[in-house]
Design a protein around this ligand. Structure first.
Ligand SMILES: *Cc1c(COP(=O)(O)O)cnc(C)c1O
Length: 376
């Protein structure tokens, strides 16, 4: 092994080919590059209000205990989740972000012989966790930017072990009806695990965006479908992305399997304390949902004024169709101190994904977009 490039051939085949997840550009990085003071970041679907007061107080209170390992069972957070969602504690798996749950599912259930089905334009983590374990991804063409559930069903074979569905989907914001989702889950073979990724659940439910249908809670399906895993997160509506905490809800059996492969202390003590407090902060959640609804209106009106189309979104971001290549517009926005998300890696080269910010941030973005469109 004298040549360093040979080290790559030692990695397992999936990892050799793996293209890592590309996160939104950090604020500090752009500040360093441009020497700008004011940066508006609307790139990672973070809560523009920040964390709530109760979460911050819980973090403060937990600081003196930092020399101790966290509670590896997440007792208090699980108790609070179990009460809130009327599930048994044994049905909950805590993750270092819900991303970790997606990865645990892949590690626990996939082998290189098996197949995973997900949609075109679906969340970028699904292909990554699939490939990392050497399983085969079956990518089903999207329908109107969203999941084509019938086409996905048709791709199920004896080799299928896992289906990922994001509802609403990131980066498109499309929402499937609960009725169509349950119809899909109910006909899945028992040997196929379905991950229903509800990272934006709170926006749909608390805001009434999904209408009457959205009041059908997918958690009620867990009793009927032992192969269902619902994932949710504290990173979006709860404003705690930096702490990395999310969870899976499933049958106790699946939770037991996932808990076998997770690290014993995968959630740090500040994250556990803050997440529990956030669940009890209805006021902050309501403000967050409200700012989002107003911002969505502001942005889509702005798009209309600029003659642009967008994809109707049930989440805290919106996919705008520029009708020209997105990358140069993304770059032009960066030069004006505005970070959004290019989505060419999602096969959407003429779109940008914009997270909903505060009224002032949205205004800065719309002005910068107007100026950028005129000049690229
Ligand atoms: C943001 C997001 C997640 C998870 O984020 P975590 O911070 O890891 O909880 C999962 N799925 C989708 C679709 C997302 O957009």
């Amino acid at each position: 092994m004298s040549h360093i490039e040979n080290i790559y051939t030692l990695a397992v085949p999936g990892v050799q080919q793996l293209i890592p997840y590309k996160p939104g550009k950090p604020i500090e990085e752009l500040q360093r590059e441009l020497g700008l003071d004011r940066i508006v970041k609307l790139a990672s679907n973070e809560n523009p209000l920040g964390p709530g007061k109760k979460a911050l107080a819980a973090i403060q209170a937990a600081l003196p205990e930092l020399a101790l390992y966290p509670d590896g069972s997440g007792y208090h957070l699980k108790q609070t989740l179990a009460r809130k969602y009327a599930v048994d504690v044994s049905q909950i798996t805590l993750g270092n972000g819900s991303n970790e749950i997606l990865e645990l599912v892949a590690r626990a259930f996939l082998t290189p012989e098996l197949e995973v089905i997900f949609s075109q334009h679906a969340f970028a983590v699904y292909p990554i966790v699939t490939q990392a374990v050497g399983a085969t991804a079956i990518v089903v063409p999207a329908l109107n930017y969203g999941h084509d559930l019938d086409a996905m069903l048709q791709r199920i074979t004896d080799k299928t072990r896992l289906v990922f569905i994001a509802n609403p989907n990131n980066p498109t914001g499309t929402l499937l009806s609960q009725a169509s989702l349950e119809a899909f889950i109910s006909v899945l073979p028992d040997s196929v695990i379905c991950v229903l990724d509800e990272a934006y659940f709170e926006y749909v439910h608390a805001s009434g965006l999904g209408g009457q249908d959205a009041t059908i809670n997918s958690i009620s399906w867990l009793k009927k479908y032992p192969n269902l895993i619902i994932t949710r997160t504290f990173s979006k509506a709860y404003g705690l992305a930096g702490l990395r905490v999310g969870y899976g809800l499933s049958s106790s059996e699946i939770a037991d399997i996932l808990n076998r492969v997770r690290q014993p202390f995968n959630n740090n003590s500040l994250a556990l304390a803050a997440a529990e407090a956030a669940l009890n902060d209805a006021e902050h959640l309501a403000s967050s949902i409200n700012v989002n609804a107003l911002g969505m209106q502001q942005l889509t009106e702005g798009f209309k004024n600029l003659g642009l189309d967008w994809v109707d979104s049930a989440a805290n971001f919106v996919l705008v169709h520029l009708k020209q290549p997105g990358m140069p517009v993304y770059q032009a926005l960066l030069r004006k101190g505005v970070i959004v998300r290019p989505v060419d890696n999602y096969e959407l080269p003429q779109h940008l994904r914009v997270s909903i910010g505060t009224e002032a941030e949205n205004q800065v973005f719309l002005q910068a977009l107007n100026d950028s469109l005129a000049h690229v």
